[in-house]
Design a protein around this ligand. Structure first.
Ligand code: ES4
Ligand code: ZN
Length: 339
């Protein structure tokens, strides 16, 4: 890419990154061996080796096909040191690509369901955050995601555990989000969770408009009062002009993930990614990597893949990167340092 050096040097913010989605097959096999966890190679030959798993990651059919691998792989994470190693490796990689501030997701229920304590997960991530800031100057925030494929009551109790444990008040957690399978679990199901978060003064984002229709994004705004939408490409792909105008008017940040959208077949090629429409409509967005260990690229590879297809100007890229800083949930003083 002609602008590769420029894109690499741009000060970047990342807002849509699942820490469990940074589990590279190499680290997965290493942790599985250490923790005596047998990957289900007898059920799915893709787990036989690092090479066969990487090969399988090239052909996800859709979101749920990917999620099957994602949840099995993260079962190799057991103690706080495992979570620390995972997150630190990501922060080091992100810092090397000039990410200055990252707001990252994790899925506590995917760990507590298999007997790993919430406090263990968070302790590991916190150690990684402190080390990464000391070593690289990157600032990071944790966003707790609840899982849409589990019942509302379980999301509510996980949220209550974090709220009542003081994890939001003491700054350990910056916000809530929701992720996992989208289509069977529309936003109205989660009203009580988002009402409880708003009542506690906690920031709220939600995955919507990835595989699900633009109407799920409208519901995320109207019913969940979400302040940010993760993905959100369907507003443009569905041609929902009223929603697009509203997103622009209200300044809602969309955390877009182009390589993810291709790998999960939400779009068939980068040409279909609605970058031009997003820019032309004046909708605020950031470009992110989602699950980089699965989708073939970290944030810089996402920037570069867009540039290969759309050939933006330096000024347009500066505007995108600046919009990402401004759309962050860090203090204004930190934004000023990055800009
Ligand atoms: C996810 Cl790409 C994506 N979509 C929904 N949920 C997720 N969890 C991890 N990656
Ligand atoms: Zn995501």
């Amino acid at each position: 890419t002609p602008l590769h050096g420029f894109l690499a040097a741009l000060p970047k913010c990342e807002h849509h990154l699942h820490l469990e989605g940074t589990l590279e097959p190499e680290l997965l096999f290493q942790l599985a061996a250490k923790n005596n966890i047998t990957l289900p190679a007898s059920k799915d030959a893709a787990f036989a080796s690092i090479a066969s798993l990487k090969d399988r990651y090239q052909r996800f059919q859709n979101l749920d096909d990917f999620l099957g691998y994602y949840y099995i792989a993260m079962s190799a994470l057991l103690d706080a040191g495992d979570f620390e190693a995972l997150a630190y490796a990501y922060f080091a990689k992100a810092a090397s690509q000039n990410v200055r501030h990252a707001e990252v997701f994790f899925d506590p229920q995917a760990h507590t369901e298999r007997g790993v304590a919430f406090a263990t997960v968070v302790a590991g991530f916190k150690r990684a955050q402190a080390r990464a800031t000391a070593d690289f100057g990157i600032t990071t925030e944790l966003i707790m995601c609840l899982l849409k494929h589990l019942p509302l009551a379980e999301a509510m109790s996980t949220f209550a555990q974090a709220r009542d444990g003081g994890y939001f008040k003491d700054g350990t957690l910056a916000a809530i989000g929701m992720d996992s399978s989208e289509l069977p679990f529309p936003p109205p199901m989660w009203r009580d969770l988002y009402d409880a978060a708003a009542a506690a003064g906690i920031r709220r984002t939600v995955h919507a408009g990835e595989e699900g229709p633009a109407s799920y994004m409208t519901q995320a705004l109207d019913i969940l009062n979400a302040q940010r939408i993760d993905h959100g490409i369907r507003a443009f792909l569905d041609g929902d002009e009223a929603l697009v105008a509203r997103l622009a008017r209200e300044g809602t940040l969309l955390t877009a993930c182009p390589l993810s959208n291709i790998k999960l077949q939400c779009i068939s090629s980068m040409k279909e990614f609605p970058l031009r429409k997003m820019l032309d409509a004046g909708v605020r967005f950031s470009i992110n990597s989602d699950d980089p260990a699965y989708f073939g690229g970290y944030i810089l590879e996402n920037y570069c893949a867009l540039q290969e297809t759309f050939g933006l100007s330096v000024r347009e890229w500066e505007g995108i990167a600046k919009g990402a800083v401004q759309g962050s949930w860090c203090a204004d003083e930190r934004k000023a340092e990055i800009l």
